[in-house]
Design a protein around this ligand. Sequence first.
Ligand SMILES: C[S@@+](CC[C@H](N)C(=O)[O-])C[C@H]1O[C@@H](n2cnc3c(N)ncnc32)[C@H](O)[C@@H]1O
Length: 257
Amino acid sequence: MSRYLYQNLSSGELDRLHGLEAIEDPKTIECLEVLNPVDGMSCLEVGAGAGSVARWLADRVKPSGSVIATDTDVSFLDATAYRVWEHNLRTDVLPAETFDLVHIRHVLIHIPEREHASVLRKLYESLKSGGRILIEESDLLSWEVDSQAPSGLAQRFRAGVDRTLTCYRSRDMLVDLGARLEALLSSSGFVVRRSWRRWRSVMGGSPEAMYQRATALQLRRSIEDRDETLNDFAQLFANQALSYRSRTTVSVFAHKP
Ligand SMILES: C[S@@+](CC[C@H](N)C(=O)[O-])C[C@H]1O[C@@H](n2cnc3c(N)ncnc32)[C@H](O)[C@@H]1O
């Protein structure tokens, strides 16, 4: 039960990843500005997806710095802008004491909870002394339909959220990982410096809702789901009568002493 749920199974996967970047990048960049990556730094972008943050970091640390972008699937990464490694965070090693800055967003949640401590320790060991990490993950428990939504829609939305969370839990995925990040980092030896939380009010049919629609359809394909709950959930996101509170993204900045 360890296969990544959102593997590149459909022609829409690059668009889905760009949708995620459009939602998250503005706040991620605000957080990264606080960490202030500068010329000469050595950076690691883990599970880089479509690579927007790797590209931003590469612009910031040039000309003498370097960025390595890793992923199990590197097909959307641009080796002309930064270095690209095909790398599985669960099973592959990282070089020791190498990086000044590590960024990882929406990747740890896809790794079973029983492996979190060893994966965080691997990231810790890869940092130089004094090196910093920005880790960003979801707390999916804040995902809730608006109280003003028509009751039929609300019921269908809650059924879709339940189905999604049940599926994640059955794969040992921690659905409130964001809320636990600070404690996890502390117990792996990091010193937590600052954290940020963000969520949005989302309308059906908006770009964020359409990202969520693509995600529900991808989940359905991935688990070969035969009942209609996830399909119905996906269709709801296009309905302009829907409004909901998004999942919360928690960003935590910590350093290695
Ligand atoms: C939800 S996407 C997030 C992409 C990017 N970090 C972002 O926030 O825009 C998760 C990414 O993690 C990658 N991934 C999943 N499991 C991984 C693992 N064990 N090691 C490295 N990358 C992994 C996936 O291939 C995918 O690109």
